[in-house]
Design a protein around this ligand. Sequence first.
Ligand code: NDP
Length: 278
Amino acid sequence: MIIDGKEIAKKLRSSIAKQVAKLDRKPGLAVILVGDDPASAVYVRNKDNACKEVGFYSEKINKPLDITQAALLAEVERLNKDDKIDGILVQLPLPSHLDANQVIEAINPNKDVDGFHSENVGKLMQNKPHLRPCTPKGVMTMLATIGVDLTSKNCVVVGASNIVGRPMAMELLNARATVTICNSKTQDLSSKIKQADVVVVAVGKSKMIKGDWIKDGAIVIDVGINRLDDGSLSGDVDFDTAQDKASWITPVPGGVGPMTIATLLENTLTAYTAREEK
Ligand code: NDP
């Protein structure tokens, strides 16, 4: 069966909108975009539109490509102090003259709705999470929606980036699964995937995971987004062959992608609630 990320994300947004309607102050999200990379601009526009849909206050901040590190840090500091803002997101990747890690660390961890600040990464590692990275958290929401109990399941995460693979593995471990994390140096990837009850793939290589690597009845979550020469999108999993083996599988597009933005809204509401309770 297909896991319909679009539908699950829509329900999540609608639940957030209902909660926001009852609040005196609107939760606020600020998104900083440096430069004019077209793909990043689309992501930022989608985030801004999603904020408006659920009734958030939203600030879309465009900075020139040649902004200095000091000026970008000053902007983050301004937003840290801005009472209307509950969540701050700096759209990645940043131009190469900027130090993304230093910028992330400058965000107040209580406003770090991407969950990339070392304080939030550490809390996830300790299984005491506060703000959790959006894509892996969105995947956990999808798994909860289909009703899978992850306890004792063999889970294989393919990809080990800070944004997806590593926090994904930690989320699954926190759910009491047994987790294998693979990277570009992993040997005999197919035999590892053949053992997996749940496979999460976040690599960025179109259709690299073949259907005959998938165990019968496994759950397959495809995080990859690859633009093909004809302009269409494909995932990291060869969907046509994998869907015959999997019990549940996410499509690309319409799978994990919509969950990431809905989870960003969820994180902003979490950050808002935590600030209001202080
Ligand atoms: P990165 O390039 O940062 O990381 C890729 C990871 O894949 C690395 O850990 C790398 O290993 C590993 N890898 C590369 N080749 C192989 C291989 N042959 N076998 C096993 N592992 C391999 O990518 P991201 O994590 O940022 O993104 C991954 C994909 O997910 C992309 O397509 C991206 O567009 C998509 N994405 C989708 C999102 C969504 O909302 N749906 C959100 C974020 C990303 P090593 O560590 O050894 O280099």
